[in-house]
Design a protein around this ligand. Structure first.
Ligand code: LLP
Length: 444
């Protein structure tokens, strides 16, 4: 029996006994040593995707700087790998900045985002000498003006644009998506006013623009329309104000496969298509191609990781019409896999410790939290002989799982293990109950 295409880490295989092996390490060995639930990251998978972004986008005729969007999975080791492969890091909070610094990423390879950066976060970004702060509001321009007065050199910034392009999962809606908290709108004139305000702010240097149209995008149309609109705005600013844009950052968003029918665009095709659109559009507008950058998160880490769970309670439930659904409970849940509850996300799951019997039954993988919406995999087929103590592997849990994990019901967050060349290495230790109690303050 073969693994489903596209959704498992590059190095994943099944051995003769049907056990899942990742980078030469078996699921059972991993669980024996590190326990469950467990995030298992295929290091080579992350490095290969990072390298692919670097090489496909760092084209000599139109080079892009690539920043890894660390919100997808922020851990010191992961940031070290992507940085070693030539990527910078995008951070959106002081916490993410601290993690990038702890990984040894120099400020010049860090871009600082955030729609509500505090004065303190801005100060830290300036102290870290980050490559750009991405400005998101007029209030932030005021805060920067204050900071810039005491700064020893100009603060380089990009302005986040709202383009009126909304990218949905799988589908693209070319309606004005103005009603959201990020960026400043081109259509309303706010972006242009912000450009003028920034160019008039002493010791702040507006170097260019940023936008991000959405995440888990499969269709290039959204990216193409977005870049055309941004370039149109850049041409307008040049014609009206003589403003020269040095850099354009096109954000992240490239999707990955969660189920075998998902068919995301290869990184090389994405790069090729973007370059073509940018070249044609700049020629049409009569503007030079600005320096370019992008910020993939999910497409770097999403497919690299699986979550291993131990099966506990198994409960067949009779549905209307006499059918049956088997509820398979695992020892984690919405605290480590919130995307199912939050976005209705779909996943691929399989037995990881042995070959399944041929008969499959309609199943649902649920967690251990006190909530009906605590779903890990909403609809799946699992072997009819599944039993407590079996291991389940859920694929594509590298992006927005650990980074969105919580302690709901005081469930400790899982450990993260990196696997490579037959060896497993702990990179984030499992939380303990002592960790959970650590912040409590009580005199009695
Ligand atoms: N740049 C900016 C400014 C962003 O806001 C994001 C993601 C990225 C880059 C990276 O996007 P990616 O390449 O990973 O699609 N929690 C959601 C995803 C939220 C994405 C937020 N911003 C999920 O689990 O699907």
């Amino acid at each position: 029996m073969a693994l489903e295409p596209r959704v498992w880490p590059d190095s994943a295989q099944l051995d003769e006994a049907g056990e899942l092996i990742i980078a030469g390490v078996s699921a059972r060995d991993l669980v024996r040593e590190f326990g469950t639930p467990l995030f298992v990251v295929d290091e080579a998978h992350v490095r290969t995707r990072a390298h692919e972004f670097k090489t496909e986008f760092d084209d000599e005729h139109m080079p892009f700087t690539v920043h890894y969007a660390s919100k997808a999975f922020s851990a010191i080791e992961i940031l070290k790998w992507v940085h070693a492969e030539g990527l910078g890091v995008d951070v959106a909070t002081g916490g993410e900045l601290a993690m990038a610094q702890a990984a040894g990423v120099p400020g010049k390879h860090i871009v600082m985002h955030g729609n509500n950066k505090s004065m303190h976060e801005l100060q830290r970004a300036v102290q870290a000498d980050v490559r750009y702060i991405v400005v998101d509001s007029f209030d932030e321009i005021d805060r920067l003006a204050q900071l810039a007065r005491g700064a020893s050199k100009p603060i380089d910034v990009l302005l986040r644009l709202t383009l009126g392009v909304e990218a949905h999962t799988h589908e693209f809606i070319a309606t004005a998506h103005e009603d959201q908290k990020f960026g400043l709108s081109i259509a309303s004139g706010a972006a242009e006013r912000a450009v003028i305000a920034l160019t008039e702010t002493p010791n702040v240097r507006l170097c260019g623009f940023h936008y991000h149209i959405g995440s888990q995008v499969f269709d290039t149309a959204g990216f193409s329309i977005a870049v055309s609109r941004a370039l149109g705005f850049i041409a307008h600013l040049r014609n009206e104000h003589g403003f020269v844009t040095l850099e354009l950052d096109i954000g992240g968003g490239l999707g990955v496969a969660y189920v075998p029918t998902d068919d995301p665009m290869p990184i090389a095709d994405f790069a090729h298509e973007l370059r073509n659109v940018i070249r044609a559009e700049c020629a049409d507008l009569g503007i030079p191609v600005p320096k370019l950058s992008l910020e993939p998160g999910r497409a770097v880490v999403g497919g690299s990781t699986v979550t291993l769970y131990e099966v506990g309670t198994i409960k067949p439930v009779e549905l209307d019409g006499g059918q049956e659904r088997v509820y398979v409970s695992v020892d984690g849940g919405m605290s480590d896999a919130i995307r199912t509850a939050l976005y209705g996300a779909e996943y691929t799951v399989r037995l990881a410790n042995r070959a399944p019997m041929d008969v499959m039954v309609q199943s649902r993988v649920v967690g251990k939290h006190c909530e009906t919406g605590d779903l890990v995999v909403r609809d799946c087929q699992l072997p009819a002989d599944i039993r407590p103590g079996d291991l389940l592997a859920v694929a594509t849990t590298g992006a927005y799982h650990y980074s969105m994990a919580s302690n709901y019901n005081l469930v400790p967050r899982p450990a993260v293990v990196a696997v490579k060349n037959g060896r497993a290495r702990l990179i984030v230790r499992r939380e303990s109950e002592a960790d959970l109690l650590r912040l409590q303050v009580s005199d009695s």
